[in-house]
Design a protein around this ligand. Structure first.
Ligand SMILES: Nc1ncnc2c1ncn2[C@@H]1O[C@H](COP(=O)(O)OP(=O)(O)OP(=O)(O)O)[C@@H](O)[C@H]1O
Length: 294
C-alpha cells in the first residue's frame, strides 16, 4: 500500500499548546476528514505536512519523501489551501491563474476554466473586490487546477453561505472521484466530513482521539436507551462513552456496540429498549467529552 503521508510519533510544542504523540497514515487515493474544535491543532498538523512547520520530534513522510530533506520534491505534488494564504489583492484572478500555471507543470487549463464557470468567478476582476466566499473559491481553484497528488485543505467550507458551500463540496467530490488523488481536509463541520471522507480523524487538545474508516467507525457507535436504574461505574466500561439517567430511563452512548452488550447491561438491571445509530456530530461531541475512543 502506497501512503500519501505518514506521521510517526510527532510532537510539536508551542508555549501554550502541544501536538503530542501523533501517528497517522493516509493511504494514497483516500480522503481523510480531520475534525476538531477551535485550537485542537488541525492547522498545525497540516502545516507539518507542508513543511511550513517542523516537528520537535517524530518523522514526517509525504508522497514518499521524508521532510525536511525531501520538501522541494514533495511540495511539487502538494496542493495546500488555507485561508491564511494571501492572494494579491491588486491583481486579477486571471493574473493568479497565469502565475500558478507557469510554476506548476501539472496545471490543467480546461479544468481551471471549468472551475471559473462553476464557481461563477470573474477572471478579470481584482481579488481585492472579491467577497469572502469568492476568495475561498479562487484559492481552491488555484489549488485544484494544479492537479496535485495530495490536497491539504484547511477548513475549505468555513464561512461560506449554503450555496457556495454546496458548490465547493461538489467540486471537491469531483476531484475525489479520481482515485490517484489523496485529500486531507480539516473541518469543524461533521456534515461535510460525513459527506466526503473515507476516513475520519478526531483531534482534541493536540492528541488523536480517534482515526478510523468512516463507515466502520460510525457503525460502532450506538445511542442505547434502557429502562432501569443507573448502575455505578457504567461509564468506566471501555465500550461506554457516557451514561446518564433521566428518571427510570438510562441513556448510554456506546463507542463499541456489540451483541453481548444487552446481556451484560441486563445483568446490571438495565433492559435495553433501543439501540439507535448516531450522527457523526453526536459521536464527535461524545468522544471529545469522554476524552477518547477505545
Ligand atoms: N506559531 C505558533 N506560535 C505559538 N502558538 C501557536 C502557533 N501556531 C499555533 N499555535 C497554537 O497552537 C494551538 C493550535 O492551533 P491550530 O491553529 O493548529 O488549531 P486549529 O485546530 O486549526 O484551530 P481552528 O479551528 O481555530 O483554526 C492554538 O492554541 C494556537 O494558539
Amino acid at each position: 500500500m502506497t501512503l500519501a503521508f505518514s506521521l510517526s510519533g510527532i510532537a510539536k510544542r508551542y508555549p501554550h499548546f502541544a501536538l503530542q504523540d501523533v501517528s497517522l497514515d493516509l493511504p494514497e487515493g483516500q480522503v481523510m476528514g480531520l475534525v476538531g474544535v477551535n485550537g485542537a491543532g488541525k492547522t498545525t498538523l497540516l502545516r507539518l505536512l507542508t513543511g511550513l512547520a517542523a516537528p520537535d520530534s517524530g518523522e514526517v513522510q509525504v508522497l514518499g519523501h521524508r521532510l525536511p530533506e525531501g520538501q522541494v520534491d514533495a511540495k511539487r505534488d502538494i496542493g495546500f489551501a488555507s485561508e491564511d494564504m494571501r492572494l494579491y489583492r491588486g491583481q486579477t484572478l486571471r493574473w493568479h491563474m497565469d502565475l500558478v500555471s507557469r510554476i506548476y507543470p501539472g496545471w490543467d487549463e480546461p479544468y481551471a476554466d471549468d472551475l471559473v464557470k462553476r464557481f461563477e468567478l470573474r477572471p478579470e476582476q481584482v481579488l481585492g473586490g472579491f467577497s469572502h466566499g469568492q476568495r475561498v473559491k479562487a484559492l481552491l481553484l488555484l489549488c485544484l487546477a494544479r492537479r496535485p497528488r495530495l490536497l491539504l485543505l484547511d477548513e475549505p467550507t468555513t464561512g461560506l453561505d449554503p450555496v457556495a458551500r454546496l458548490e465547493v463540496l461538489e467540486a471537491l467530490a469531483d476531484v475525489l472521484r479520481d482515485e490517484s488523488r489523496s485529500v486531507l481536509f480539516s473541518s469543524h463541520n461533521t456534515h461535510d466530513v460525513e459527506q466526503l471522507a473515507d476516513s475520519i480523524t478526531f483531534l482534541h487538545k493536540g492528541r488523536l482521539v480517534a482515526s478510523a474508516d468512516k463507515h466502520a467507525f460510525v457503525d460502532s457507535w450506538r445511542r442505547v436507551v434502557c429502562q432501569g436504574a443507573l448502575p455505578a461505574g457504567l461509564d468506566a466500561w471501555p465500550e461506554i462513552a457516557s451514561a446518564r439517567a433521566n428518571g427510570s430511563v438510562v441513556e448510554i452512548k456506546a463507542r463499541a456496540w456489540n451483541d453481548q452488550l444487552p446481556a451484560r447491561l441486563a445483568a446490571q438491571g438495565l433492559q435495553v429498549q433501543r439501540a439507535d445509530p448516531m450522527a457523526l456530530e453526536d459521536i464527535f461531541v461524545t468522544a471529545v467529552r469522554s476524552g477518547g475512543v477505545a
